[in-house]
Ligand binder design. Structure first.
Ligand code: TYM
Length: 341
């Protein structure tokens, strides 16, 4: 694996992404992000991290942080990520991130930060703690990405605006100090970015909100069945070939993630000719979800209990990430004129 930075970086495109340790990983995290990480790990130079610093903007209490970081690492590995192929690390272990974040803050305007959708959402949720870290959250995210001079960022649809902001900072930096960074783009194997909807037809699956309408990779079989059976449906279409209401469209979208083609065609045809039985559809979806989630959950549990292994993963990941970060920061300081001898 020493080859990752030494021999291959010149020939492989660089990929970076992160996940906050603010709760259990769910189907949205898997299909929006981790699935792509796993597909990318053989062909790209990959940096994937647990964004523990970002989590402090909303979760300042650190009592559970270590366990949460370990859980996210274990879940990533259980999904198929190989710590020997990628740099899998913890954000706070790479001090260079904070330095780059500081420089980028001088290129970020308060007005545009205040208009960011995630900032507006968060201040609605936590009016008692509108901290400056929350405001500059997208600046820290941009620092994470460009610290490795990454080009591709596998993320779900909700991160599109943050990526656009990262490109703005890159352009401002390059314009002022010289061509240092490539423009990072959100990535999903040539397809639209993914948004996995919640089971109640309102919004998306989420780590900390909407927990009964979110399927977590740690949910046991019965809980998965219970959540799916509660998904919002109705009495069925009144006329053949009717358009589907959003909440039914969402259920079909969830089926596309885990069910076979023939199952989807059968229930689509049943919907179109008004014979659909939502009870049967949900039973089938629940069983396919159970088959999908169970092996990941079992693997993650085993990995989570192996603290020594997780520590090794974190150390190895940090070492790889630091090497790339240090190389970038040398160039950054030089191009900014911060070297005086
Ligand atoms: P976070 O922790 O909210 O989510 C992690 C990843 O999961 C994706 N995701 C979804 N995709 C589809 N449908 C959903 N319902 C869904 N919910 C979450 C997210 O798009 C994300 O890809 N700001 C980031 C963390 C971060 C980061 C970075 C990402 C910090 N630094 C650098 C990329 C690059 C976040 O809060 O992700």
């Amino acid at each position: 694996m020493a080859a990752m930075n030494d021999n291959l970086s010149a020939s492989r495109q660089i990929v970076m992404s992160g996940i906050r340790p603010t709760g259990f990983l769910h189907l949205g995290n898997f299909f929006g992000a981790v699935k792509n990480y796993v597909r990318m790990q053989d062909e790209y130079e990959c940096y994937f991290m647990v964004a523990d610093l970002h989590s402090l903007t909303t979760h300042p209490d650190t009592k559970e942080l270590k366990a949460n970081v370990q859980r996210v690492l274990a879940e990533n590995i259980a999904c198929g990520l190989d710590p020997d192929k990628v740099a899998l690390y913890c954000q706070s272990h790479i001090f260079e991130t904070a330095e780059l974040y500081l420089y980028l803050n001088m290129l970020a305007y308060v007005g545009e930060l205040e208009k960011t959708t995630t900032f507006k959402d968060k201040i609605r949720l936590q009016p008692q703690n509108i901290n400056a870290g929350l405001l500059t959250y997208p600046v820290l995210q941009a620092a994470d990405i460009i610290l490795h001079r990454a080009r591709f960022v596998p993320v779900g649809k909700d991160q599109e605006q943050h990526l656009e902001m990262a490109r703005n900072y890159v352009n401002r930096f390059n314009h002022r100090y010289g061509d240092v960074f490539p423009e990072p783009v959100a990535f999903n194997f040539g397809e639209e970015l993914v948004k996995v909807p919640s089971l109640d037809g309102a919004g998306k699956m989420s780590k900390s909100e909407n927990q009964l309408a979110t399927l977590y990779l740690s949910d046991d079989d019965d809980l998965i069945r219970k959540k799916v059976m509660k998904a919002k449906t109705d009495s069925g279409p009144a006329a053949p070939n009717s358009p589907k209401p959003d909440y039914i469209e969402n259920i079909f979208l969830l089926m596309k993630l885990v069910c076979g083609e023939e199952v989807i065609s059968k229930f689509s045809a049943d919907y179109d000719n008004c014979t659909i039985r939502y009870g049967d559809l949900k039973k089938q979806l629940a069983e396919d979800m159970v088959s999908f989630i169970r092996p990941i959950r079992e693997k993650a549990e085993a990995i989570r209990n192996n603290e020594t292994y997780l520590r090794e993963v974190m150390e190895k990941g940090a070492e790889k990430a630091r090497k790339s970060a240090r190389a970038t920061m040398e160039i950054v300081r030089e191009s900014m004129g911060l070297k005086y001898f």
